[in-house]
Design a protein around this ligand. Sequence first.
Ligand code: F6R
Length: 253
Amino acid sequence: MKNQIRGMRIIVTDTYKDMSKKAATIVASQVNLKPNSILGLATGGTPVGMYKELVEMYNNDEVDFSEVKTFNLDEYYPIERTNDQSYFYYMNDNLFKHVNVLEENINIPNGKAEDIEKESYEYDKNIYNSGGIDLQVLGIGTNGHIGFNEPDIAFESGTHKVKLDSETIEANARFFESIDDVPTEAISMGMKTIMQSKKIVLLANGEGKAKIIEKMLFGEISPNVPASILQLHPHVIVILDREAAKYIEEKIN
Ligand code: F6R
């Protein structure tokens, strides 16, 4: 089959909007097929358009989130939920306040947890006890991180506290007034947690992601490029816009 590398199917779209629509359709189909789906969710710039599309689909009665349970990939540490830079705030702003996911079904690592080990252990246990993630949405950092699993991460890691890479801090500075305001730590689902998801949809747009997308799909599988481990997952859909697909389009057609 074309556009297929091992367990990864690659879809190249013309624009960011098309990428977002495709991703929203996949998430909505998952929920329509299994109304009590467990969704793994990402933040950052990439999925904003997907959340917009999902809100629109919800408003058009095309999807119902009333039985869905969600687990977010990560949260800065330390951060208050009320801080408008927290991922808790982001999720509420971009999705939760617009749709009918029940509050008790929303899970985001607690950026104020006092005992991080306990928080991490319970986060993973909660995912496990819910039956595991049916569909995990991922973005990708320019350094190949997924969640906040920065290069050289142990592939066997569960949810844990991480130190953010200088590249990640620089990339995320665009959301803050100054680079000094970007938190330097976070709590992130680990690689093991992510790899245990039944299906994964990874989104990337823009030329800035083109090189890392090539490495992720065609490079060696190495903790140096955390996303490269997705080559070993049996069910990944990678949705790219043309710019992010710049170095791979010829190879997949
Ligand atoms: C966000 C996350 C990160 C981002 C990645 C890309 O929850 O886990 O891995 O997906 O940093 O960020 P953007 O989309 O802002 O380029």
